[in-house]
Every structure is written in structure tokens, then in C-alpha cells.
Design a binder for this molecule. Sequence first.
Ligand code: SF4
Length: 354
Amino acid sequence: MVEKQVKVWFLRGLNRWNSGFNTRKMPWKGEKDPYKIWLSEIILQQTRVEQGWAYYLRFIQAYPTVQDLSQAPDNDVFKLWEGLGYYSRCRNLLHTARIIAHDHGGVFPSTREGLLALKGIGSYTAAAIGSFAFGLPLAVVDGNVHRVLSRVFGINDPVDTPKGKKRMEVLAHALLDAKNPAGHNQAMMDLGATVCVPRNPHCAQCPFSKNCVAFTTHTIARFPVKSKKTKVRERYFYYLIVEHKHRMLVRQRKQGDVWPQLHEFLLRETDEPADQHEVLQPLFWGVKLSKANWQLIDASEPIVHVLSHQRINARIVHIRLSRSIRVNGYEWMDAAQITQLAFPRLITRYRQSQ
Ligand code: SF4
């Protein structure tokens, strides 16, 4: 698929840039421990490096080995993950840590097939662990690599189709420096993250600009090609923080919806936006209270929280009661208990702003 002279040109350019101009630093760069590589890769899925950096360091400090992570209580790990979002990653992280600790004697598989058999590890993560930790000749194809290759070679297959993904994997593999897969993969990702960035790439600093299809034909904005827009579902969440004698009503969310296993305050979800005055009345929440028994502490402005396929439109209302109430499915918790629990980021942010 790739002529020999094209590969030689490509690798020469990449190596020249990497050894002379690549100054990107990350705590996991050059790491050989498969546990730490895996942890960094799972954290970085759908998370920016700047944000993931601190989480990575906290996880490594709290759980230096996969055995340490495997023995941690679920709630502690969710609490440490709090704010990163996409909690299925955290669940898979725990599940896989326990499988490795119990079924593999604490040792990561060192083959692509062995890595792919683990929950939460797809072909991208398997290539990253395989090449960085074990020197396997596997090409990593993340969003950065996809962008670089689609622009340099003018690939028109959409990135979000199986055909487009397959074509990119084949191309990346054909270009891989099999003698140094770890260094090659890291350089490709670094080039995409620092030079061939999504908007206004720094083509003057790019080793491929002379022959880059997108640059030489002034079509950079066209690449990478995408086939369709994701349909976003609008949802309306109204949270009531019910406080009585320094305790609050809390429940754990169930599986099968956003934020499974995280905790939340009294929730009412509606199909349409609710009236802004109505949400200040206890009846809206299905709670019977006379005016003398409750006091409004705060009502947030509308909050918009965007997930990959959903947009959560939320408001949070905080009231204080002079008498206790019961609400099915919720329990009273004090501040010390609540501090130990993981909540969705929109709730944590609201509480931190108070
Ligand atoms: S020349 Fe520009 S568009 Fe082409 S790969 Fe380099 S940075 Fe990206």
C-alpha cells in the first residue's frame, strides 16, 4: 500500500522532527510499566492531557500497582475518578485490574490478543500497551495520528466508518518503524497534538509540508473527513438538595443510564424545560411541605452539561427543612458521608461554587 521510498521519506521526516523539535512532556512518556501505560491510556480516552495529567499522578500515588488498584473499594476509586466523566471507563478499569490480579497473577498479557481480551481495551489501547511496554510492532491510531495521516495522504474515507478506520490502521501499520514502534508511535501522537492540530495547524514547522496533500492543495479544513453528525438527546434534570440538621437526601444512580453508580440529590427529570417558578415549589418534586417547614437557600442558574450523545439541561435548588421527611429510594447522609461519595461533575461544580 505504501511505496518503499514514501515510507523512507515519511520516517526520515518524523525522526528528524522528533529528535530536533519535539518538546512535548507528559508524566507517562517513555513509561515501560504496562500498568501505568494502561492507566494513562484509559484516563486519556475522551479527556484532554492537561486534565488527565493530575488524575494520572493521583491514581499512581494511591494505587502504585495493579494489585493495589484491584483491592481498592469501588467507592474510593469512583471518588478519585470524580470529575473525569465517562464513568464506564472507571468501571472497566476496576474490572480489568481485578481480572489481571486474580486470573493473570498481577501480570499484564504481552500479546495483542491477550490485551484485547481484557474489558475496556480495544485495538488502540492494545497497540499502545503492546508497543510501549513490550516493543510489539503495532501502530497506534488515535485521533492525532488519524488527523496527520488523513491530511498528509489526502484520505477521503470518513474517520467514523469501519472502512475509514480499517484503511487508516492499514496505512499506519505500513508506515510503522518496526524497529522502534514505541518511539514511532509516541512521535506520531506528539506531532498530531502539537503541530498538526485540528484548527490552524503549524504547517511551517511540519516535516511533511512539502508533500502533504491537504497543505499543498489548500484543503486542510476538509481533513479528517467525517460522515455524519452525532444526534444529541436533550434531557432536563432538576436537582433538589434537601437539607435537614446538616444532613441531605442522597441516592446512588442505577445501571442503564448516564452516571451509573454515582450519587445524586433528589432528581426530577422532565420531558420539556420546566417553569422557572414552578421548580421552586416543593410540589414540583413530589414532596408535601407547608410553607413554614422549608426555606429556600439557593437556586442555580441553568446549567448545560454536554455528554457524547446527550445534553443535560439542569438546575439545582437547595432548600432547608425544619422537619425531616422520607422520600423513597433516598437516604439521609451527613457531610462526612457525602464527602466520600462520587457525584456527577455538574453537581460537584455547583457545590464547590457555594
Ligand atoms: S503540513 Fe500541515 S496539514 Fe499537513 S500534516 Fe503537516 S501540519 Fe498537518
